[in-house]
Design a protein around this ligand. Structure first.
Ligand SMILES: [Fe+2]
Ligand SMILES: [Fe+2]
Length: 147
């Protein structure tokens, strides 16, 4: 499977997760519940972002450099991670909700940009063989994580 299809499939799960969190957060009563949701997003976003950073952004680096976007994508991953960590350190329910919903909005924007710009760019620039080799590399990383 092409790495771009793998990442799109992962994105589909994230979209469901973001929908759920945006619907659930306003109804939550305790700080612990909000923090637990932030921790879930953090746990699933981390390996996704590392896959993109390591497997995907690297072979595309020269294109991003040309677009002046290279640092931007790494920075957006960092930004999302920092926002989620901040939600877990919040002192009040209100603050935690605000930070978590802000992180969801930033994530949606970032995911959307990848789907509209980065994945199609990768499919234009990289060979089909490279895309499927990167897909295999993804599978290998996943298997190693499960051990
Ligand atoms: Fe990303
Ligand atoms: Fe992504």
């Amino acid at each position: 499977m092409k790495i771009t299809d793998v990442l799109r499939a992962e994105h589909a799960v994230f979209h469901d997760l973001f929908d759920h969190i945006e619907a659930a957060v306003p109804r939550l009563k305790t700080l612990a519940e909000v923090k637990a949701l932030a921790a879930v997003v953090e746990a699933v976003h981390e390996p996704h972002a590392r896959t993109e950073d390591d497997l995907f952004m690297e072979p595309l680096e020269h294109c991003f450099d040309q677009l002046g976007q290279n640092e931007l994508f790494h920075e957006e991953h960092r930004h999302i991670e920092e926002a989620l960590a901040k939600a877990r350190q919040a002192k009040t329910v209100r603050e935690a909700k605000q930070i978590l919903l802000g992180a969801m909005a930033a994530s949606r924007e970032h995911f959307d940009k990848e789907e509209r710009i980065v994945f199609p760019l990768a499919e234009r620039v990289l060979k089909a063989k490279t895309l499927s080799e990167l897909g295999k590399a993804w599978l290998k990383r996943r298997e190693m994580n499960d051990e």
